[in-house]
Design a protein around this ligand. Structure first.
Ligand SMILES: C[S@@+](CC[C@H](N)C(=O)[O-])C[C@H]1O[C@@H](n2cnc3c(N)ncnc32)[C@H](O)[C@@H]1O
Length: 201
């Protein structure tokens, strides 16, 4: 993995992690508690200290949380004692070669893709497609470009372009839950594997 995770290792090392402990995204709780999905295997990309992964486990999902920094994973494991969640140190651009598993029915991403480079975003799409089931759902929460946090962000049109044709956007919208002071507008995107049963869309 080399120095690819240097920025996040430094931030976690310094304890400068303003995202940590944020409220769960409304799009996530709506999806999980809305009754449209049957719990199965879930993957949390860039899981940090694990709050989203633990939430999924508490709602019956068998969860794998992935992050490429060891420090938040250690904290996540402590918080998740007794829950059906496993935390794995891996790079989301190399999921299929880093022993994360496959056949995931649900993938969630709260703040991972939006900070990645263009090249890594391309690998991300390939790898997420490689480890998901034919009927999988993918929920991405990401800031839009220009947020005060300095995060690169991602435009809705880029999500659509990058994930086609393997994935179709089912729904998207504002995600005000994550914008604590009104300067980091975020959006959510719910995608489905193209070719999955149309009755589920
Ligand atoms: C902004 S934090 C969000 C953490 C958590 N998902 C949350 O909602 O609080 C982004 C996380 O993604 C991780 N991350 C970024 N790029 C990654 C990559 N290529 N592979 C694995 N983890 C990555 C970082 O280490 C960090 O923990």
């Amino acid at each position: 993995m080399g120095g690819r995770n240097l920025t996040f290792r430094l931030l976690y090392g310094l304890g400068f992690t303003p995202w940590d402990g944020h409220a769960l995204a409304r799009s996530l709780t709506d999806l999980i508690e809305g009754g449209t999905l049957t719990p199965g295997k879930a993957l949390d990309l860039g899981c940090g200290t694990g709050d989203n992964a633990i939430y999924l486990a508490e709602h019956g999902w068998h969860v794998t949380g992935v992050d490429y920094v060891a420090k938040p994973l250690a904290k996540a494991r402590r918080k998740a004692t007794g829950k059906t969640v496993e935390f794995v140190k891996a790079d989301v651009t190399q999921l299929s070669s880093e022993g994360v598993g496959d056949g995931f029915d649900l993938v969630i991403d709260s703040g991972c893709l939006h900070g990645m480079s263009a090249g890594d975003r391309e690998k991300y799409v390939r790898e997420v497609s490689a480890v998901t089931s034919a009927e999988a759902r993918l929920l991405i929460v990401a800031v839009v470009p220009g947020s005060s946090s300095g995060v690169r962000g991602i435009e809705p049109a880029e999500i659509e372009r990058r994930f086609a044709p393997e994935w179709t956007i089912l729904a998207s919208g504002d995600e005000p839950t994550l914008d604590r002071d009104g300067t980091n507008p975020a959006r959510h995107y719910l995608l489905a594997r193209a070719g999955g049963p149309s009755s589920l869309r």
